[in-house]
Write a protein that binds this ligand. Structure first.
Ligand code: ATP
Length: 235
């Protein structure tokens, strides 16, 4: 579904991604784990066209999207839930969800998807008239994920969904990521510092260090890898 070939991305003179190559197959949950500043968010920003690579190629379903605009990439079916959520704080929960379906015209299907996200996160149905900015951190994460789902993405990019949340909410969010993958047939690329939880729901994973992929393996093998355990799992 997605392939990155030798991607180099810069912020001015800062060489953030130094030849990233990875692939995601349809239906997989893939996680990218790494320390602060390793280049996880930049990888997602490069895929969705916000920080386009200076060289290398990104293919989505065989189409080169390397220099395409973010709105074009969203229209193709790639949706990102950015770090920090970035919901519209002044808009209500319902209006935030409507924004997610902005590019769609299939009214009946939109209604169906709205019911689906409310079934995943019943609290959002209760809060549908409440301003997004007044929700708790966990509820904002739920809203950000739901807004992305309203675009009905084929590939969902999640940037640190567990950041700043209580352990109980984190567990719930990870269970729902798995559910979305299974029930909606949505392929998921999950960027996380919480490597343990991410690897427990992922099929495969990549480790990124200082802008380069250093390890690629099944989630099971990564969980058992002594280097990964020491650096990312606190074992
Ligand atoms: P974190 O887990 O802390 O979010 P990350 O793995 O997502 O880290 P990135 O945010 O991708 O890392 O950052 C990769 C490198 O690029 C870092 O050295 C960072 O300082 C740099 N960087 C990121 N954004 C910018 C920017 N807007 N301008 C300049 N440098 C940036």
């Amino acid at each position: 579904m997605l392939e990155l070939q030798n991607v180099h991305t810069y912020y001015g003179n800062i060489h953030a991604l130094k030849g990233i190559s990875l692939e995601i197959k349809s239906g997989e949950i893939i996680t990218l784990i790494g320390a602060n500043g390793a280049g996880k968010s930049t990888t997602l920003m490069s895929i969705c066209g916000v920080v386009p690579p200076r060289s290398g190629e990104i293919l989505f379903r065989g189409e080169c999207i390397t220099q395409k605009s973010p709105d074009h990439i969203v229209a193709l079916g790639v949706c990102q839930v950015p770090e920090g959520r970035h919901i519209f704080p002044q808009l209500t929960v319902q209006e935030n969800l409507d924004m997610g379906a902005f590019l769609r015209t299939d009214k009946e299907e939109i209604k169906h998807d709205l019911e689906y996200v409310f079934s995943l996160f019943p609290i959002l149905a209760e809060r549908r008239a409440q301003a997004g900015g007044t929700l708790s951190g966990g509820e904002q994460q739920m809203l950000a994920m739901s807004r992305a789902l309203m675009a009905r993405p084929q590939l969902l990019l999640l940037d640190e969904p567990s950041m700043g949340l209580a352990p109980l909410i984190i567990r719930q969010i990870f269970e729902i990521i798995k559910k979305i993958n299974q029930e909606q047939d949505t392929t998921i690329f999950l960027v996380e510092q919480n490597a343990n939880q991410a690897l427990h729901i992922a099929d495969r994973g990549y480790v990124i260090e200082n802008g380069a992929i250093t390890i690629s393996d099944s989630a099971e093998n990564l969980l058992a890898n002594p280097d990964v355990q020491k650096a990312y799992l606190g074992i």
